[in-house]
Design a protein around this ligand. Sequence first.
Ligand code: UT7
Length: 325
Amino acid sequence: MASPPIAILGTGAHAPSRILTNEELAQRVDTSHEWIVSRTGIRERRVAEPGQTTADLASAAAAEALANAGLAPADIDLLILATVTPDLDMPATACLVQQRLGIPSGAACFDVNAACTGFLYGLDVAWSMLSSGRYRHALVIGAERLSSVLDWEDRTTCVLFGDGAGAAVLGPARRPGAAILASRLHTVAGTSDLLHIPGPSYSLEPAEHRRVIRMKGKEVFKLAVRAMEDVARELLEQQRISGDQIDCIIPHQANQRIIDAIAQYLQLPLDRFFINLDRYGNTSAASIPIALHEARTQGRVQPGQLVLLVAFGAGLTYGGALVRW
Ligand code: UT7
């Protein structure tokens, strides 16, 4: 008998309780609530407490995803964590989460860095590994503590980002039809300088570099719209489905205007898009899994529905996945 397809069995999310509003930011840098809302849609974001790390946020999100899937830590034999803000340069933050959650020795644990597309890169890799039959259940986590790599004096970046984590459990489908149907990953060559965190450079003394996000926002904006539109079309064509068959689109939560543009180019109504960037800002690899979890818990994603996930990020990486819930 053919083995069942791989599906998403559960989701979870966790964000720090500390809320940083636009008004508070306007007291620190030359900006305003009105500018931030009109140019990005962001109203507030979460920021980690001192000492609260990416592994802390990831562990809480993953524990919720496990409970939602009705699985125990011992059921997990693959853990992939997407982040650009790991607790340590080594070992991988995935190994720290393994220990926190009590996932047994023997599980494969590693991090992926594909910036804001990281969760979709992790999802594709986990899907492939589970489909091979060599692994049974995977935890895929996107988690970030971006507040530690922001230049809080740079108004062009510090207003955009936030901290948080989201997670999904993957495994053999339990309902007929439920499945990850397709996934595509890409990178635009020659665009690495548009969005990056200089360092850690082991050829420099620590005092010579600052590990903060640097970004050419306008260029990223244009490429982001084109990339997400392209990958969405690619998936729809590959699966021979039309845009109006998609029940819910969960885009990377970077900027309301980017989402508006994609909706316009794909000729899809905006109310088909799940948007929570007003409350979290851009949480990079955590953005899609937090949104997916909220969409599910708010009833925006129902069994049998078709869900499209699309993201872009530093690299510039981009990708998409089609999931039958
Ligand atoms: O996950 C990927 C992450 N990256 C992104 O998603 C970035 C994509 N890019 C964007 O979202 C937008 O380009 C930004 C939100 C970053 C900027 O919006 P924009 O409409 O492209 O603004 P701009 O860069 O053209 O700047 C317009 C003006 C400039 O002033 P001048 O030169 O016209 O006097 C900026 O200095 O707005 C100024 N500005 C600000 N003013 C108030 C830039 N940031 C701020 C700010 N508050 N926070």
